[in-house]
Design a protein around this ligand. Structure first.
Ligand SMILES: [Zn+2]
Length: 289
């Protein structure tokens, strides 16, 4: 049987982080308890390395249809994007395991944020990757209806202190200015259909099942990807591939910086690559109405 994938919904929500916006989340995304506190995306200790600039930032929302995408909404918000917080986790998680993971990751993060040389042994990659997954899972809930990660993935992270196997995480050294505190998340729905036959979704749902999160943190650029679609393996395009170094799944230990430095222009393209992923798949995108 010939199978084709189709890019469902053909709509991607791409949002620079919604600063300070309340969401409807009432229970902790990690442990299910109530009594939520607000979590900083860029931790307060990082202001020493990535100063707040005291300026407004822009938030984008993008829709794409059949691979043709365009900005449909763009707004300016007051306040620094790196002072933004998301309400999705409880106090116990925030001040407990999340705080401990952040403290461990900080030793790896600081030299990378400052663009200094570092040895990225496997254990450092694992801790950094776990921190990225933790932050990404919180970031998803700035727009809860488009969240991709399911409970089993969040439980996996808490239990093993490493990202679930369906996550891919890369890092690169960056010299962009806009991306010193940049954040873009793109989410999409991808599924399979037999030739002229039944359409099958990995989670039997039309919910978004594939996402990328691009996070600029000083001179460190992080690109995370997760999908509920079995066997979907993203490959960064050639100009970015040499700059990005995969830390999840782990690479053999490497020296940092590890490749060419990237700038705002390249990161912009990387951050919106997901909405056009359908074009690079060996299958034909199709509508489901
Ligand atoms: Zn909790």
């Amino acid at each position: 049987m010939v199978c084709r994938a189709w890019v469902g919904a053909l709509e991607a929500a791409q949002a620079g982080f919604r600063a300070g916006m309340a969401n409807s989340q009432r229970f902790c995304i990690f442990c299910g308890r109530s009594g939520l506190s607000r979590e900083h995306i860029w931790p307060e200790w990082s202001y020493r390395y990535v100063p707040k600039l005291g300026r407004a930032h822009t938030r984008m929302r993008q829709r794409s249809v059949a691979g043709i995408s365009g900005l449909s909404d763009q707004k300016r918000y007051q306040g620094d994007v790196n002072a933004s917080r998301i309400k999705a986790v409880c106090k116990d998680c925030n001040s407990g395991w999340m705080s401990r993971l952040e403290a461990s990751a900080r030793f790896t993060l600081v030299p990378l944020i400052e663009g200094k040389p570092a040895v990225m042994a496997e254990q450092r990659q694992r801790v950094l990757a776990a921190w990225v997954a933790m932050k990404s899972m919180v970031i998803e809930f700035s727009n809860a209806e488009d969240a991709v990660t399911k409970e089993d993935e969040r439980e996996f992270l808490m239990l093993h202190m490493e990202p679930p196997p369906n996550w891919r995480i890369w890092i690169a050294k960056q010299h962009g200015l806009r991306w010193r505190t940049g954040l873009v998340r793109a989410a999409n729905t991808i599924g399979f259909a037999s030739e002229g036959g039944t359409k099958v979704l990995p989670d039997s749902s039309f919910a978004k099942n594939t996402q990328s999160i691009t996070l600029g943190f000083g001179q460190l650029l992080i690109h995370a990807f997760s999908t509920r679609v079995p066997g979907l393996e993203p490959q960064p395009s050639p100009p970015m591939a040499s700059a990005l170094r995969k830390i999840w799944p782990l690479s053999p230990g490497f020296l940092w910086p590890a490749g060419p430095v990237i700038t705002d222009f390249g990161i912009d393209a990387l951050s919106v690559a997901l909405p056009t992923l359908g074009n690079s798949l060996p299958w034909r995108p199709a509508r489901f109405d």
